[in-house]
Ligand binder design. Sequence first.
Ligand code: JFZ
Length: 487
Amino acid sequence: MRRISTVLLLSLFIQIGFAQTNDSISKEHAVEWKKMNASKKATFDWFRDAKYGMFIHWGLYSIPAGVWKGKTLKEYKSSQLAEWIMSSAKIPRAEYAELANQFNPVQFNADSIVLLAKEAGMRYVVLTSKHHDGFAMYQSAASKFNIVDATPFKRDVLRELYNACKRQGLDFGVYYSHNIDWMDGGDGQLAEAIANKMNVGIKNVAFGANTWDPSPNSFEEYLQKKAYPQVKELMHNYPDLKCLWYDMPWRLKPEQSYEFYKIVYDIQPQVIITERIGNGLGDYIIPGDNKIPVDANGIAKPWETVGTHNNSWGYKSYDNDWKTPKEMLYWLIEIVSKGGNYMLNIGPTSEGLVTQQSANNLRVAGKWLKINGEAIYGTQKWKIMHEGPTNLNMEGTTARSQKGFKANFTPEDFWFTQKGKSLYAISIEKPTEEAVIKSFCSEIGKIKRAEILGFGKVKFKQKQEGLTIKIPKGFCPENGYVIKVSF
Ligand code: JFZ
């Protein structure tokens, strides 16, 4: 069973790299794109400084929560992600749509979720405004299949989160599944892809398409009547967004990707767009889900790793493999030391609640950030990213769910960042009596001052072999600490 899902997911990952047709956008559009992309500098600067965000996957799939007709996703032998249940269990559209009648998350409170993000030390929030199931989590005039018109709840949760972010000083963006729409997306251009021989050498050309009960309309009709209008509504109705998280462009054509870029730009020119818009037209790179690039130096655009908190994006009732606070901190500092952003996901339940364990872990990591955030926010990568024996290769959601997260961090592990004239050495382990940071040897210049964040100035010796610091007696933080040095 495990075998099967590994193979499926592996082939999925391989295909995403080939997800585009061979042609590209017109020359005129390429020139236009460059101009639009270059005009977004202020948002890129914001993005690079913000570092840590909250992803929220929430929709009708939180009701089945990984179980359909008494069978878990495991038994459906396809994607194990809870938000993929409509596809994995091949649920007919009309039957899936009935979930809306039950969706009544009366315990949802936007302010407490945003407060949680804040306590976790996150600087921005991105909500799934519409996922692959086609259900909009906001009031949409373009499709009645939305939370206000189709549920007894009748509240626009996107609006509520948007407002709560404004009140509490966090930035906001939206995820929008532009290409995959199992409810209204027709065949997702599958027939055309086959006719154009896009399937040559590829195992599953139908990936992401609704093959079990596709809507009778054409994909073009879906674009014109639902997808483009919905993106326009989002841009008109929720001003000052930071980012638009398009996803899964498999089979999308270059000019279609371009249109998705342009309609956003025309209404909110500052919004930066994920690589997954397709066809190379993104403003920032997503190296993969739960995946940290081994070498980030070659990534020319800003980038963001997105991570699940357990091993699913949407709420999955039987997955309690939560990242511990230390694991979260590891992901964050490894990513930040390589110059990227980390957006960590929560998947609220169908009542609108965040699992207790998930919230607790986020808050513990947030406490660390309260003290040590100076070494994270607004920093840049240094010429050295890490020293010490720990060397993990974070290869994606499936790998983590199957192998688990096994790491023995040591007091010799340090990750580095820089800001102005200061360097930061970040540890996530309890210190021993003495800290030795080899990369801070005399060669890098004379260190004038050393300090432990949240503690104060400390004595140090800088030699050819590195910097040695006596750790103050009784200083023993469970999840590590930061040494700041200035020149
Ligand atoms: C996509 C979605 O299908 C999924 O439900 C979730 O929303 C996630 C954030 O994004 O899944 C992907 C997309 C791309 C890769 C992996 C999973 N990839 O490129 O490795």
